[in-house]
Design a protein around this ligand. Structure first.
Ligand code: ATP
Ligand code: MG
Length: 508
């Protein structure tokens, strides 16, 4: 059987893995049994290269976990850059929304990771197509109320059983056979949105419905159960499609069948070419959620009033809605600033871009034709994190600087000087570090005849002004799974929510 601790650490992106640990720690502190569930477990089991979003189930109140996470970020929330770059492990809750009706919390983290934490429950459907009665339950009951066997697996995140797989309906077997199996004959009648989910999953994974499921599906379509979806449910479906890596294909299929008409009659006549641009971006940023960009590309053919109406139907977070409606305007503003004297050096660019929503930068990468804008954003997205990941925390500790504000201040200087190319070699870095830490340079040994010739100085970290920086980023990736970062001592900011990354014995 697969080792899920290893799979989580190696297959989830570092940003996702941090969120898993952060939530698991919060649940454990609250004494709650906590599980990774749904698509993430399916994708880990199937060996998908990318896990899209994280779904969790908790035996108890999700609100307890939310409350546990509400620790403010030192140095300001989004919109105000901290005095120094945040520790790479630092992550905080950007927006969260708890739905008492569904016993479920949707959370957006500062790192762009999205997570849903739902209370384990039973769903009792008394009337077809009507919302179920929801009753808190155990994880095993919760798994049995889910849509398909391959989505009804859980991995325990409790410290005593972390990594244990629960698969009571043999979803693992279905994944091996590449089949999607509904858990009972009334599945599509109880909740017709499962018809849409099934079609979307077959498109994405290339799996087939299992034989009986296929029969139930045909019968549901013959009864036109899919037309019973409320606009809210259709909105959820459209949202899910716009999170697909290649939404154009699925959108066309849905629109041709008239499945999204309750949302907007015009969706069926829209052209999907603009989506291809975002699809191309998705190849370069596979771990980013490009939902807002896809929505923007899709809604480009609607009038302003129709766009607002559609966005309001599918976006539940006020901050995100505002951003969605003003992406173009904000991007224009930012692009102007990026070409002004306010962004003459890479450190100024960093200060300008770090409080911006990441999706705005990706928007500019997709649409800006100005090389100055493209280069500055690429430098910020690719180079700055490399420097940040190699900041010499351990070395500073060895020089006697303890984790805390002073260390952060020194790291800030070292970070910005490397960004601006003022520190280029490891010797320069070491010298600057000692000087900032107030430690004297070691006295050089007197030269002896037997001493080897000094070697050429080695570069500290790449630090180029962004204008010299090559536009061709082929092969470069944002720090993620592909560029594993070297280990760092635990977070140095006393109040930051900084989960610690433990190496499991089986880790590489
Ligand atoms: P994705 O990779 O697109 O996120 P997913 O399977 O995780 O796929 P979500 O919409 O995130 O899809 O839902 C999380 C989980 O919640 C599902 O895997 C499934 O177990 C359960 N679920 C979602 N919608 C339904 C539904 N309509 N009926 C039953 N279970 C559902
Ligand atoms: Mg999911």
């Amino acid at each position: 059987m697969s080792d899920y601790n290893f799979l989580m650490e190696s297959k989830l992106s570092p940003r996702q893995f941090r969120v898993v640990n952060l939530l698991a720690q919060a649940a454990s502190a609250e004494g709650l049994n906590f599980y990774l569930v749904g698509g993430a477990v399916r994708d880990l089991t199937y060996g998908q290269p990318i896990v899209r979003d994280l779904d969790f189930a908790v035996e108890g109140h999700p609100e307890k976990i939310l409350r546990h996470l509400q620790t403010p970020r030192p140095g300001g929330r989004r919109g105000e850059p901290g005095p120094v770059p945040p520790h790479e492990d630092e992550v905080w809750v950007e927006e969260a929304r708890y739905s008492p009706r569904w016993l479920s919390a949707e959370i957006y983290f500062s790192s762009g990771v999205r997570a849903e934490v739902s209370q384990c429950r039973r769903e009792d459907y008394s009337q077809p197509g009507k919302p179920p009665e929801i009753v808190p339950a155990t994880i095993f009951e919760d798994l049995r109320r889910r849509d398909f066997a391959l989505n009804a697996m859980a991995v325990s995140l409790h410290p005593n059983s972390r990594g244990l797989l629960l698969d009571p309906t043999n979803g693992g077997g279905d994944i091996e056979r590449k089949e999607i199996r509904a858990l009972h004959s009334r599945s599509f009648i109880d909740d017709p949105s499962r018809i849409f989910r099934l079609v979307r999953l077959t498109q994405r994974l290339g799996f087939k419905p299992e034989e009986k499921t296929e029969t139930w599906l045909r019968s549901a379509l013959a009864q036109q159960l899919q037309n019973r979806l409320t606009p809210e449910q259709q909105g959820r479906e459209l949202e899910a499609i716009l999170r697909e890596e290649n939404p154009a294909r699925t959108l066309k299929l849905f629109a041709d069948r008239g499945w999204l008409t309750a949302l907007d009659r015009n969706l069926a006549r829209l052209r999907y070419e603009r989506l291809q641009k975002i699809h191309a971006l998705a190849q370069k940023f596979p771990e980013d959620d490009l939902f807002l960009l896809n929505l923007d590309a899709l809604a480009g053919g609607l009038s302003a009033a129709q766009r607002v109406r559609l966005a309001k139907k599918i976006i539940r977070f006020p901050g995100m809605l505002k951003l969605a409606l003003h992406l173009e305007r904000e991007a224009k503003k930012l692009s102007k600033h990026l070409l002004s004297s306010r962004a003459a050096s890479p450190s100024q660019v960093w200060r300008l871009l770090s409080p911006q929503p990441r999706i705005l930068l990706l928007y500019l990468l997709a649409y800006s034709g100005q090389s100055g804008v493209q280069n500055r954003i690429k430098h910020y997205l690719f180079k700055a994190p490399q420097i940040q990941a190699r900041l010499p925390r351990l070395e500073l500790q060895a020089l006697g600087v303890n984790p805390g504000p002073k260390m952060e201040e020194i790291l800030g200087h070292l970070f910005f000087d490397q960004l601006d190319g003022k520190i280029k070699t490891s010797q320069q870095l070491s010298k600057a570090m000692r000087s900032l830490a107030g430690v004297r340079e070691p006295t050089p040994l007197p030269p002896t005849r037997t001493r080897a010739k000094p070697k050429k100085s080695s570069p500290a970290t790449p630090a180029h002004p962004s204008d010299q920086h090559e536009t061709d980023q082929a092969g470069a990736r944002p720090p993620g799974r592909a560029s594993q970062k070297p280990g760092h001592p635990p977070g140095t900011r006393p109040h930051a929510v900084t989960p610690r990354r433990k190496k499991s014995p089986s880790a590489r």
